[in-house]
Design a protein around this ligand. Structure first.
Ligand code: G3H
Length: 478
């Protein structure tokens, strides 16, 4: 109906003075579904200014009160799960049930942050001076954790609600203010989530949400002198941001090429089930998706057969119907995936299914006999296409995993726990899952990537800690 969703600033919903809007294309219909404000740099300056002011009094708000508001927001978020999930279905083509799960998980994460925060930040340290050589017991040192200031949160399209609250909730409990820049696909879901925080009654200006074009406000936000910390999840943009950002803490979760190493003694039914879940849920559009299978040659035929049997059962279609495989987020994403598939085809990969695409919808595809000269051996499709590399030794698998620029997660399947631990130690990734597909959750577990996969560690506790600084007061005795 031509309505343009307003952005959120000073506790109010506002129209941008730019008079411009950004279209959000429904990945399924490929038609404009929603429109959001194209905020300009002046509006960014305004939210930065008010975020700075609001943070000062928020930091003085008792911790238990901050927690109380977060619990309230969590409950409201869960109450609004249906309409928010509906936006997720329309904006990012997330299957209907997964969309609801994302919102519920987000509510739980916010509550967990509130609980963890009151305990973690409710404690400080007390040190005495005479443990260090040359000192008498004349100095008492008190430590506590103080907020950083204004946190810029930039979540990706694949979890516009969950990966927004995983930044917002730790920031707020720790006494920071938030400026949120949602992804274009997912912006309306994010605005709806912000509305839940609005209803919970947070102070004006503490949370802002600016929408708009990356080309207009992207660099302006990330290089803004008012920003005290950036928490970003997404792709290569994160590397560019880290080069341009000032001397501020960065939390980055970028891409992944999570390997699934399958040993000869593995339970192949368990592996196949996890490859389906890990490789194809949300059509492979997860940074933690299984993105390459490295299977021992002797069990490769049996595994591929089992995976193919399960691929055949995946439903393909609209997210409203809760199909397993739904259209990928944009046409350019579909084109990129197709490029990887065609490259593999030219270089002689075995297609376990026929390649099929209609618009942004790509049918699930397992590509066997992938070799290192094929792009898909290294690049992340972010789509329902999974390469299989047959290996003749564990070392070969570890070598492939470690030769990647990425190092997010990985997994190993074997019944031999000793081997599993040794392989985990050898894999240069932030996390290794033994006998299960990679995944970020449960959300209080540490979550981190090495190399091009990120900076810092997330998970509830780590994020709260990361969004604080240590402050010390030293009492000097006469
Ligand atoms: O896309 C990146 C997410 O952090 C992955 O989260 O493992 O819960 O799907 P997930």
């Amino acid at each position: 109906d031509g309505e343009v969703y307003k952005y959120y600033s000073e506790g109010e919903w506002k129209k941008s003075s730019s008079g411009k809007s950004v279209a959000i294309i429904n990945p399924t219909t490929r038609k404009t579904q929603y429109r959001v404000q194209a905020c300009n740099q002046e509006e960014v300056n305004q939210v930065m200014e008010i975020a700075k002011t609001a943070q000062k009094s928020w930091a003085k708000t008792p911790l238990w009160k901050r927690a109380e508001l977060l619990h309230k927001a969590a409950a409201i978020l869960k109450e609004h799960k249906a309409p928010i999930a509906e936006c997720l279905v329309k904006e990012i083509a997330k299957p209907a049930k997964d969309a609801v799960t994302e919102v519920v998980r987000s509510g739980d994460l916010v509550s967990y942050c509130a609980e963890e925060g009151v305990r973690l930040l409710g404690e400080g340290k007390f040190l005495v001076s005479d443990s260090f050589p040359g000192n008498e017991r004349t100095k008492y040192c008190l430590t506590s954790k103080i907020p950083l200031g204004v946190i810029l949160a930039i979540p990706p399209f694949n979890y516009p609600v969950n990966l927004a609250v995983s930044k917002i909730a730790p920031a707020l409990i720790a006494g920071n203010s938030i400026v949120l820049k949602p992804p274009t696909q997912g912006a309306v879901s994010a605005l709806h989530m912000v509305h839940c925080f609005h209803l919970a009654g947070f102070p004006k200006g503490l949370i802002s949400c600016v929408t708009g074009k990356g080309s207009e406000i992207g660099d302006f936000l990330t290089m803004h002198p008012g920003v005290d910390c950036i928490s970003f999840t997404g792709g290569d943009t994160g590397i560019a941001i880290s080069k341009k950002a000032g001397m501020i803490p960065l939390q980055m979760e970028l891409g992944g090429k999570d390997a699934c190493i399958v040993l000869e003694d593995a339970d192949l039914d368990l592996v196949a089930a996890n490859i389906i879940k890990g490789g194809f849920s949300y059509s492979g559009q997860r940074c933690t998706a299984v993105k390459v299978v490295l299977v021992m040659e002797s069990v490769a035929d049996a595994l591929v057969e089992k995976v193919n049997a399960r691929v055949a059962k995946l439903t393909v279609g609209a997210p409203e119907d809760d199909s397993d495989i739904t259209p990928v987020v944009t046409e350019s994403s579909a084109n990129f995936i197709e490029g990887l598939v065609m490259d593999a085809k030219e270089k002689g990969a075995t297609f376990c299914q026929e390649y099929r695409r209609e618009g942004n919808l790509i049918w699930p595809l397992l590509l066997d006999n992938i070799r290192p000269d094929m792009r898909i051996a290294w690049e992340e499709p972010f789509g329902p296409v999974l390469p299989v590399i047959r290996i003749s030794s564990i070392e070969e698998g570890i070598h492939h995993c470690n030769a990647s620029n990425f190092g997010l997660q990985g997994c190993v399947f074997t019944k031999d726990i000793n081997k599993a631990i040794l392989i985990s130690d050898a894999m240069e990734t932030g996390t290794v899952q033994i006998n299960s597909a990679p995944a970020r959750g449960p959300d209080h577990f540490p979550f981190q990537g090495i190399k091009d996969s990120g900076i810092g560690s997330q998970g509830v506790t780590n994020s709260i800690n990361m969004m604080t600084k240590v402050k010390t007061t030293v009492i000097n005795l006469p």
